[in-house]
Design a protein around this ligand. Structure first.
Ligand code: ZN
Length: 202
């Protein structure tokens, strides 16, 4: 970007997994620890995700921390020059540009902690998370509990809401499923069934 090379190195931490696996909660936990140590922290989330609060990260379990909502990855770079620690939630919604932004922040000596989905609802890698995983120093895979069998779940099953890759929502639209209980949607069975129907079929 500007070619500046820092003397001290930063690093990248990835927290990824399916929905309901506690990614945001883990991100908030790490950012709180940094704040308690009086490190300067900036926290970002994409504009797209306004399920709960516009100026806070809020986990499904209602843990919250103040955050800045950004329209694109470049805004993260613009607003983090003072920060030692940078948190980014729902990183998969920030597009391919976020990869270079995160790398640049780490080059500038910052600790960058990203949380996001590693797979989309079809079970495919959710770019740019695979690229970030490749360059991250630390990776945490969070697992949910499969609503069908109770086993460890790493998939997000969409039970209604259509076929767009991004359909923001939580309860009722998605369920955590394990590899065995996950059912890829088929052309013959359009999504849009009531929550619970897909589960009973399994
Ligand atoms: Zn299962």
């Amino acid at each position: 970007m500007d070619g500046w090379t820092p003397k001290k190195g930063g690093w990248i931490e990835m927290i990824c997994g399916s929905m309901f696996s506690g990614k945001t909660e883990e991100l908030i936990r790490r950012l709180r620890r940094a704040q308690i140590a009086r490190q300067s922290v900036e926290i970002f989330k994409p504009m797209l995700d306004d399920r709960y609060s516009n100026d806070h990260l809020v986990s499904h379990s209602e843990v919250r921390i103040p955050s800045r909502t950004v329209k694109n990855a470049a805004e993260i770079l613009e607003n983090s020059s003072e920060a030692q620690v940078i948190g980014i939630d729902e990183v998969q919604f920030l597009g391919p540009e976020v990869f270079e932004v995160v790398q640049e922040l780490a080059r500038r000596g910052k600790r960058v902690i990203c949380a996001g989905l590693d797979q989309d609802y079809l079970g495919n890698p959710f770019e740019p998370v695979p690229q970030l995983l490749a360059v991250a120093e630390y990776i945490t895979k969070t697992l949910a509990i499969c609503v069908v069998c109770g086993g460890p779940a790493n998939r997000t099953q969409r039970v209604s809401g259509g076929r767009e890759r991004i359909v923001v929502g939580a309860k009722g639209l998605y369920e955590a499923r394990c590899r065995n209980c996950y059912e890829p949607p088929t052309e013959e069975e359009p999504l849009g069934t009531a929550p619970g129907l897909a589960r009973e079929k399994a």
